[in-house]
Design a protein around this ligand. Structure first.
Ligand code: URA
Length: 198
């Protein structure tokens, strides 16, 4: 079997990491997916957004957050002055879970070395964790998004910690628009922190 940690570690830039993920066949999700969904946006941007996993639209296009959730995510980022040049967008798994179910803990762990290397190579100043799945995976906590959203935490990879903010997933906000006020408050907290960085 391919060793994900070794493959990820051997990648010394983002393009090499993308190629490594595309050639990796240790995740069963790949067998039912049409495309590998790696990232979109600017990998040199100060902000990295990490979501849950590709849906149907993302699987078709091979890019993360291009469906309805993605459109809302783009509007959320635009509301604080960010666009594709100022954010880098990815997920905790690179292939669509069948039927848009949530990725399993096992699938997330299989992808983790690549996700961690992705962070280490992109070196974002801040990380936005979209939804409970990516929050629990990247903060290594069983606590839910209801308790964690809006609270700054740290994602630690290769000995380096990056401030990270959990926020409601845009798909959740589409179902529960009454929760948008909380997401808005969280976005303002993100904007403030980005401004502090200069
Ligand atoms: N939801 C996610 O979490 N990620 C995507 O890429 C699309 C929808």
């Amino acid at each position: 079997a391919q060793d994900a940690r070794a493959m990820a570690g051997a990648a010394t830039d983002i393009a090499a990491l993308k190629a490594a993920v595309e050639s990796f066949d240790g995740c069963d999700l790949k067998r039912t997916a049409r495309n590998t969904v790696f990232a979109r946006g600017n990998h040199e941007a100060p902000l990295m957004v990490i979501g849950e996993g590709p849906g149907q639209d993302e699987d078709r296009e091979g890019l993360p957050f291009v469906g309805r959730s993605g459109q809302l995510l783009d509007r959320m980022l635009a509301a604080i002055g960010l666009d594709e040049t100022s954010a880098y967008i990815t997920n905790v798994v690179f292939w669509r879970p069948p039927g848009n179910r949530k990725p399993s803990t096992e699938e997330i762990e299989i992808c983790r070395p690549f996700v961690e290397r992705h962070i280490a190579l992109a070196k974002p100043r801040l990380i936005l964790l979209a939804g409970g799945i990516s929050t629990q995976a990247m903060l290594k906590t069983p606590q839910g998004i209801m308790a964690l959203r809006g609270r700054w935490s740290q994602v630690t990879v290769e000995g380096h910690s990056t401030p990270a903010l959990p926020i409601f997933h845009p798909a959740f906000l589409l179902r529960r628009p009454q929760e948008k006020a909380k997401a808005w408050a969280d976005l303002l907290s993100l904007q403030e922190k980005l401004e502090e960085l200069g």
